[in-house]
Design a binder for this molecule. Structure first.
Ligand code: CA
Length: 446
């Protein structure tokens, strides 16, 4: 029995972008995804050119190492095509593309990868990410500066450190050969899927959807359900054992499936680039906003980016600190105003057995007392009629120091006469109180 593959490729523009800069390919042995980028309408051209050049190596190989070599050669050639195209079309300056590709040879796969598109393998219901993103945040994760969780929301998560194309760096492609076996399901995708849908959800869909086409469609739908802010491209490849080798018609999706279109100023040369099929000149609208971009990956530059991140985080911290201080200051001002108000209040109570005027309010805030002795009189509380004694023990509020002094005066009179009075100044004798029977103590009069 022979090892065969059954595959599907799907690409969708997403819900926000105006054009699809992704390209996908599912062929006889070659499977690939490219995600283009370019400041001015170059991303779709870059991914299409790279993928079309790569598609030329779809075919049978004697060994995975041969396939790996073919991949490497094709990628170098694709890079040259991009450079030449920018030379012919300077308006495409700065265009580039990711490229993740897999060639299946017998029980092996050769993999080539540059950028932040991904290759996954589902084996025994466990999904494993095979490629490593060539992104700024991945570098930060690798060097232990941030966690993988923090990388998901990092402001620079779309900054690429390595791509193919007209960028100020030689293409550094990851190449490897791995084993594969019947039952393996490989999945290649652009960050329009992996940046939007959680790993576990991707795994669940790949586990549950039987046919590669259904799985690819379900993954694209999942990204759309999450708002699909970016183009989404998915290639699913199932490895089977079979007595017969099925006829395969290569499938191209996304930008590479369309005739390549260039924006063009009138005086520019309009010659076709040899060897690039479907190339034609076609005016294009202005480029949509481009969230992904490339930054050269020198260590100096990386350090600079990290330093900028630190500065941003410091600025954030300072902003928070200032906000917190303002809030604290407002609370402080409020508390102070409240305290000032309490100090306009007085009450009459007891201190060491003597009637005493307090400044402030009886209530405290936790352990903080909001009142203090303003004046201790020489009127003993024991000299007061019972009713007034209880009033004093329960404290009597006063709006001002004058009112407090008047209360003391009334208490003093009550002590002198032995007749209970309403010390608050209310009219009428207190009701329900026992008849006065206390003789004022000597010296109880203030
Ligand atoms: Ca993308």
């Amino acid at each position: 029995m022979a090892i065969v593959t059954v595959s599907a490729a799907v690409s969708h523009v997403g819900k926000i972008r105006s054009n699809n800069q992704d390209s996908g390919f599912a062929g006889e042995t070659l499977f690939a995804v490219a995600d283009g980028m370019g400041g001015h309408a170059g991303g779709d051209v870059a991914s299409a050119l790279a993928l079309q050049r790569l598609a030329e190596i779809d075919g049978q190989y004697n060994s995975a190492v041969d396939a790996e070599f073919a991949l490497q050669e094709a990628i170098v050639a694709a890079n040259a095509v991009l450079t030449e195209t920018v030379y012919e079309h300077p308006e495409l300056t700065g265009m580039g593309t990711t490229l993740s590709a897999l060639v299946r040879v017998g029980h092996s796969v050769a993999l080539a990868h540059i950028g932040d598109s991904r290759v996954y393998r589902l084996r025994d219901d466990v999904l494993t990410q095979i490629t490593i993103d060539h992104t700024f945040v991945q570098r930060l994760v690798d060097s232990g500066r941030i966690t993988a969780e923090e990388a998901k929301t990092h402001p620079r998560r779309s900054v690429l450190m390595r791509v193919l194309g007209d960028v100020d760096a030689a293409p550094e492609v990851d190449l490897q050969v791995m084993d594969t076996r019947p039952g393996d399901r490989w999945m290649l995708c652009s960050d329009g899927l992996s940046g939007v849908v959680e790993h576990d959800d991707i795994e669940k869909i790949l586990k549950n959807q039987i046919a590669p086409r259904d799985a690819a469609n379900a993954l694209v739908k999942e990204s759309l359900d999450h708002g699909a802010p970016d183009n989404v491209t998915v290639v699913v490849v199932d490895v089977h054992q079979s007595f017969e080798t099925p006829e395969v018609t290569p499938v191209i999706v996304g930008s590479a499936a369309q005739p390549i279109a260039f924006s063009q100023t009138v005086e520019r040369r309009t010659t076709r680039i040899p060897g690039i099929p479907g190339l034609r000149l076609h005016p294009r609208g202005p480029a949509s906003t481009e969230p992904s971009h490339f930054e050269p990956g020198s260590e100096d530059y990386l350090d600079e980016l990290i330093e900028e991140d630190r500065r941003r985080s410091r600025r954030r911290k300072v902003t928070w600190l200032v906000a917190a201080l303002v809030v604290l200051a407002l609370i402080g001002v409020g508390l102070f105003a409240g305290y000032r108000w309490t100090q306009t209040r007085f009450y009459v109570g007891e201190s060491n057995g003597f009637v005493t005027i307090y400044q402030g309010v009886q209530q405290g805030v936790g352990p903080i007392q909001l009142s203090h002795v303003f004046q201790q009189t020489d009127l003993e509380t024991d000299a007061l009629p019972d009713y007034n004694k209880r009033q004093v023990q329960n404290t009597i509020s006063a709006d001002s120091v004058t009112a407090a002094l008047e209360i003391v005066k009334r208490l003093s009179d009550a002590a002198a006469s032995g007749t209970p009075t309403d010390a608050t100044g209310g009219t009428g004798a207190p009701t329900g109180t026992p008849a006065p029977s206390v003789t004022p103590s000597p010296g109880a009069t203030p």
